[in-house]
Design a protein around this ligand. Structure first.
Ligand code: 3UK
Length: 515
């Protein structure tokens, strides 16, 4: 599918409303708080759009959503998009100073916030000069704030969609990024159906009978796409969970209760579930037919462990907020564990050296990607944008190599790759070797300067329960690395830690370990 296959004037509300003919009474949203049919979701989205008009929020203006995953998140999103405004899905786990940055940078005129998150903005509310309206889900805010139920309650359930151009922006996400300030990343109406078709249908093979569930939250495009947009595009349902997904039992209880067929998670989430002895005896996972992993590379031992314990395949694919979703992927029936799979129609990729020349097969290069769903710039970040968006090509910052069969293997970030003794060492490779040791739960490898000021790999290791940090354990891990890899790749230091610093989306923050 190409952008030009869509009408010139195309509003992404189509993703929801295509279900009204024939599936209006089908359950669209399953959640502990509220179940809704497609018809009900569409009606409430129209009420949100009318209520936004009443507040004089105009097409192109930004409206923030700061809430745990819930049905109101979904109806707010579709109402904002249908009205022609831009939905800003905000990370619920951030600190007040980060919310201040995002609400200012996005110049949001209205904020739809869950009562549980009100304390997160309390200390910065007086500094939000662009913000005119606060709408509170599930509670009461300050004097002058609106409550969501009252706000939409009296509105009509009919609304004529804004006549959006397919290239008009409709959503804005702030990429958690492992380095620097968050980057505002806009996506257009067209990106929603295109990513749904190119990956959701053509690669993953989503069907109308599916039910999607996942740890990635709706404010993260991995979640927006996987858990909400792609399923709705094919008439499938979503399972929403407000509880924190980093607690594996929350995920498992929800799977048992709502019986999803598709599960999304980051590698760390699969590792956490695999660490549970009673995973398959206590929890009935039989509703699942397919699992997806993204966010960071999925080590082959986790893929294999999951396969052995559950019988399920995990589809690992690399995606990014810039591209909206996955652009290189394994696929059902064609999986190489440990790799990111292969490019698929809709995205071109190339691996280049420091001068922009393509590298020979097998050699590590910088990954560039070209596709119609790539955004065009970082909002208000001119210098950074010029370095990342290279004409048609997007510089991902990822290092990759291609094996003899055409599978793409992640070899770290351009800022994480290590030169050790003049030779590239991929921290990811060292990490997956360490993880294949039975005592290791998680680990992160970073470059640290030795006494000669030469960079060498250092490993921070989280041990599985029942294993004690000791010199003997260190020796065992180094011996394991020497056995599995070229000797120069072994970590020169091992430090045992109780946990690793991570972003809200589960990525290890190596820069914190380096400093
Ligand atoms: C890394 C991966 C190896 C890679 C995302 C799926 O993660 C997502 O978006 P972000 O903008 O980060 C993008 C960066 O994360 N990465 C993501 N997936 C993989 N590395 N293997 C993978 N499978 O460095 C990439 O450049 O937070 C993932 C869908 C939507 C997303 N936004």
């Amino acid at each position: 599918m190409k952008a030009t296959d869509l009408p010139l004037y195309y509003n992404a509300i189509d993703i929801l409303e295509r279900n009204l003919a024939g599936r209006a009474n089908k359950t669209a949203i399953f959640s502990a708080e509220r179940e809704m049919t497609f018809g009900q979701v569409a009606a409430e989205a129209n009420q949100v759009a009318n209520a936004l008009r009443r507040l004089d929020v105009r097409p192109g203006e930004r409206v923030g959503i700061l809430s745990p995953d819930c049905s109101q998140w979904v109806t707010s999103f579709f109402g904002i998009v249908k009205s022609g405004a831009i939905s800003v899905g905000i990370n619920t786990l951030l600190k007040p100073h980060e919310h201040l940055y995002i609400l200012r940078d996005s110049q949001a005129r209205a904020l739809i916030i869950h009562a549980a998150l009100l304390p997160a903005i309390e200390s910065i509310r007086d500094q939000l000069d662009f913000l005119k309206h606060v709408i509170v889900i599930g509670g009461k805010g300050r004097e002058g704030d609106l409550t969501f139920a009252d706000w939409v309650g009296g509105e009509s359930t009919e609304f004529t969609a804004a006549n959006a151009h397919r290239d008009d922006w409709c959503s804005l996400n702030y990429s958690s990024g492992t380095t620097g300030e968050p980057k505002g990343i806009l996506h257009a109406h067209k990106d929603y159906p295109i990513t749904s078709q190119l990956w959701g249908v053509d690669v993953l093979g989503l069907r109308e009978s599916d039910r999607a569930f996942g740890a990635p939250r709706l404010f993260f495009t991995f979640g927006t796409g996987g858990v909400l947009i792609f399923p709705f595009y094919v008439g499938a349902s979503t399972v929403l969970m407000a509880a924190p997904p980093r607690i594996a039992t929350n995920m498992l209880d929800t799977i048992v209760r709502f019986k999803p067929t598709i599960l999304y998670n980051a590698p760390t989430g699969y590792a956490a579930m695999l660490a549970m002895d009673d995973l398959t005896t206590k929890y009935d996972l039989s509703s699942l037919r397919l699992c997806v992993s993204a966010g960071e590379s999925l080590p082959a031992p986790i893929w294999q462990g999951w396969k052995d314990r559950t019988g399920l395949d995990i589809i690992d694919g690399i995606g990014s907020t810039e591209n909206f979703h996955i652009f290189i992927s394994n696929r059902p029936g064609d999986i190489r564990p440990g790799s990111s799979g292969k490019p698929f129609p809709g995205y071109d990729v190339k691996l280049v050296d420091e001068n922009g020349a393509e590298v020979p097969r097998g050699e590590v290069g910088n990954l560039l990607v070209k596709g119609e769903t790539a955004t065009l710039f970082y909002l208000h970040q001119d210098a950074r944008s010029r370095k990342t968006f290279l004409g048609e090509w997007l510089f991902t910052g990822d290092k990759y190599y291609v094996d003899e069969d055409g599978y793409y293997w992640h070899a770290g970030r351009s800022d994480d790759m290590l030169k050790v003794g003049g030779i590239w060492v991929s921290p990811v490779e060292v990490e997956s070797t360490l993880i294949s040791h039975p005592a290791v739960l998680e680990c992160a490898v970073v470059g640290v300067a030795d006494s000669s000021n030469l960079i060498k790999p250092k490993a921070y290791v989280v041990l599985k329960e029942g294993n004690e940090p000791s010199e003997k354990m260190k020796d065992a891990l180094v011996a394991h690395c020497k056995e599995k890899m070229a000797e120069y790749k072994r970590p020169r230091w091992i430090e045992f830690v109780p946990e690793l610093p991570k972003t809200a989306t589960g990525k290890i923050q190596r820069f914190k370990l380096r400093s």
